[in-house]
Design a protein around this ligand. Structure first.
Ligand code: FAD
Length: 428
């Protein structure tokens, strides 16, 4: 009987616990969560910087955020988002949904809140490999180490800002901020704002900031320019290559005066608690070696849930967890470590041959349907419905070309074929 540690009580950790708790081969499930409540990313707070326990603020939610995907594909396969008037929900509704999910599956009693995982190390056990997980109880300050058979890493991937290498950019001084610290647009009132990056957050935030700023320059290298009709004070620019005082110099040689540089440049995968003996390396935002973007190849009794992006997140978490649990209970066998490593190396080569950069090692987008099929075919886990992928792709196209208004209406599937180009042109 297996003792399992789940690190994090966001959507991925809750989903892991939901399946582990009903799994006969599992005897113990501990969900270690550093925060005071479940929900992870979806817990909005006005605070930026550090929390009451001196830990970096986890969430990157801003006050006005509404999902960029319709609720029809935001739920779990066995627990859809309840019917409501709107398709694109505010963060508080997503948080309430996760609470409902945890209640429905009686997960909350298994969450140890205010438990900050500090170190995870593999060790030899009498019948194979075990894990030592060390954590601090933030209420008492007492640290403890417990032994587990399996570790599910569900610590989230949208909280460590990626700061690009732009000459003379001094990270995070008063005139440079990252979207991780963005909450409300008013801080930019009357300013000339340079938004760097046109991923989902960059475009959304640039539009919101344009409502109060003197001017917004949206600098990006999407190969296909968004066709959305933006406000007059919002202009698109190519990559910014240098900052010289208040002057921003762009790739096409043009220069503009700016008051604030606002980095919407995304996030870094970060596993500060994994000891190097865990064998997981993150370079250029590629987490490796992972089999199927999930299983730690060097120590297969550890999985990292939620690494792929541009996916139907909650459904993918569910499939990844069901896949992995089936390997635990003997429904299928994972390949040997050598075979898994070979598979991962091959996948990297195939991605490179298709023009993906190393930073895009875990990007799915148009590949997501194939990824979901692979997971269910190999493990025998029930597949995800193909319509999820179709809606995700369609909604991404709407985001790109109808940003100011696409969330106003109830979602309807109209395939406009823009999505492939959006994914492939996204920031490298
Ligand atoms: P998280 O929600 O980040 O949860 C991780 C948990 O782990 C947290 O509770 C954290 O406190 C805990 N933790 C971390 N480290 C430790 C530690 N050392 N010890 C103990 N606990 C720890 N996805 C969508 O599908 N649709 C959207 O519209 C959408 N919008 C987004 C908007 C923004 C601004 C951001 C940042 C993300 C958005 N996402 C969206 C992605 C979203 O993050 C995922 O959908 C999903 O909620 C991630 O869940 P998670 O469990 O992997 O991570």
């Amino acid at each position: 009987m297996a003792r399992v540690c789940v690190i994090g009580a966001g959507a991925a950790g809750l989903c892991a616990a939901r399946h582990l708790l009903v799994e006969p081969c599992v005897s113990q499930v501990d969900v270690l969560e550093q925060a005071t409540q479940l929900g992870g990313t979806w817990v909005y707070t006005e605070t930026v910087g550090y929390d009451d326990f001196g830990l970096p603020i986890h969430t990157s939610m801003y006050k006005s955020l509404r999902t960029n995907l319709p609720k029809e594909i935001m739920g779990f396969p066995d627990f859809p988002v309840p019917e409501s008037e709107k398709s694109y929900l505010p963060a508080k509704d997503m948080l309430a949904f996760l609470q409902l999910y945890a209640d429905k599956h009686n997960v909350t009693p298994y969450i140890k809140f205010k438990h900050h995982v500090q170190l995870v190390k593999p060790k030899a056990g009498p019948n194979g490999e075990l894990w030592d997980v060390s954590y601090k109880d933030l209420s008492t300050g007492v640290s403890e180490t417990r032994e587990y058979d399996y570790v599910f890493v569900c610590n989230g991937h949208y909280n460590t800002p990626f700061i690009p290498n732009i000459p003379f950019l001094i990270p995070l001084n008063s005139d440079v901020m990252h979207s991780h610290d963005y909450r409300v647009p008013e801080i930019f009132t009357g300013k000339r704002v340079l938004v760097v990056g046109a991923g989902p957050s960059g475009m959304d935030i640039a539009l919101e900031v344009a409502g109060v700023a003197h001017r917004v320059l949206l600098s990006h290298h999407l190969s296909e320019k968004p066709r959305s009709v933006f406000p007059e004070n919002m202009l698109q620019k190519p990559d910014v290559v240098q900052l010289d005082g208040n002057t921003a110099i762009f790739k096409d040689g043009t220069e503009e005066e700016v008051d604030v540089v606002f980095l919407c440049t995304g996030y870094l995968y970060n596993f500060p608690f994994l000891h190097e003996s865990c064998g997981i390396v993150v370079e250029e935002n590629c987490v490796e070696p992972l089999y199927k973007h999930l299983v730690n190849v060097r120590h297969p009794s550890m999985c990292l849930v939620g690494v792929p992006y541009y996916v139907c997140a909650f459904s993918m978490f569910d499939l990844q967890v069901r896949y992995y649990v089936r390997s635990m209970n003997g429904s299928f066998s994972l390949p040997s470590s050598e075979e898994m490593l070979h598979h991962w190396e091959q996948e990297k080569l195939q991605r490179a041959a298709r023009g993906y950069t190393r930073r895009q090692a875990h990007m799915m987008g148009p590949d997501q349907g194939g990824y979901y099929s692979e997971l269910s075919l190999e493990s025998g886990a029930a597949p995800l419905p193909a319509v999820l992928t179709a809606v995700h792709n369609d909604s991404s196209g709407k985001f790109l070309h109808n940003l100011p208004s696409y969330r106003r209406d109830r979602y309807r599937l109209i395939d406009d074929n823009n999505f492939d180009r959006y994914y492939s042109s996204l920031a490298s």
